[in-house]
Design a protein around this ligand. Structure first.
Ligand code: 5RP
Length: 233
């Protein structure tokens, strides 16, 4: 199986096993979360699920929901009232404690708000995302308001991070997030105290949010190259 097939199978499997009619759902971003969105759309179209109220984490996901007619709300809408039953999302890395890093697709801010507002969180990944220590292979993203780019960079370096401003690929200059901010990608030379840093980073003036997710323990669906999907509770 190629990686796209594995991702599709993993996202689909999470929806099949966890989503029930009437749920208030957070829908994540990226190439593993999108197949979950598509499968949800299919089950709604076939009448196998109904009464779903969804909250999207990005433009990418909203557009996919629009394509499939998935009913979209905001976290502030009366129907959702700031509380979700379940969020399904991808991750850039996940460790044995089920702590993860997110934000490779730049959507970490709403992804974190949504995950932390959910009674249950499900992370869908292929096996390449399983790591012993977060932040050693894939950088940890952090969203910062543009005015604080340098001050935040200096503060992060003092905390032991190597900091790179994320550059856009088909636009001159940096990536601008959906909330008009910049992204800094952080690398670490050794295992980081992720739980402490998740809190510490957000204390720096100008930091909007960071990509460590340590305060919620997700169920993890791991897609493997042999076509199996392991569920880690
Ligand atoms: C977007 C994310 C994604 O969930 C994460 O980057 C994983 O993406 P993919 O499933 O495409 O590898 O956090 O901000």
């Amino acid at each position: 199986m190629d990686q796209n097939e594995i991702k599709a199978l993993t996202g689909k499997s999470a929806v099949e096993q966890l989503v029930k009619s009437g749920m208030k759902l957070g829908l994540g971003t990226g190439s593993t979360a999108l197949p979950a969105v598509r499968h949800l759309g299919l089950l709604l179209k076939e009448g196998k699920l109904s009464g779903i109220k969804a909250v999207s984490t990005s433009f990418q996901t909203s557009m996919e929901c629009e394509k499939w007619g998935i009913p979209l709300y905001t976290l502030n809408s009366g129907e959702i009232n700031g509380q979700l039953d379940l969020t399904i999302d991808g991750a850039d890395e996940i460790d044995e404690r089920h702590w993860c890093t997110k934000g490779g697709g730049g959507a970490l801010l709403v992804e974190k708000i949504t995950a932390y507002a959910s009674s249950a969180f499900c992370v869908v990944v292929d096996e390449s995302k399983l790591v012993k220590n977060l932040g050693l292979t894939f950088p940890v993203p952090l969203e910062v308001i543009p005015e604080a780019r340098r001050t935040v960079t200096l503060a992060l370096e003092k905390l032991g991070a190597r900091v790179t401003l994320r550059e856009a690929l088909r636009k001159a200059g940096p990536v601008i997030t959906e909330h008009g901010n910049l992204l800094l990608d952080l690398a670490f030379d050794g295992p980081a105290d992720c739980a402490a840093l998740e809190t510490e980073f957000n204390r720096i003036p100008g930091v909007v949010e960071n990509g460590f997710f340590t305060r919620i323990r997700p169920v993890v669906f791991v897609g493997r190259s042999n076509g199996s999907v392991e569920v880690k509770q």
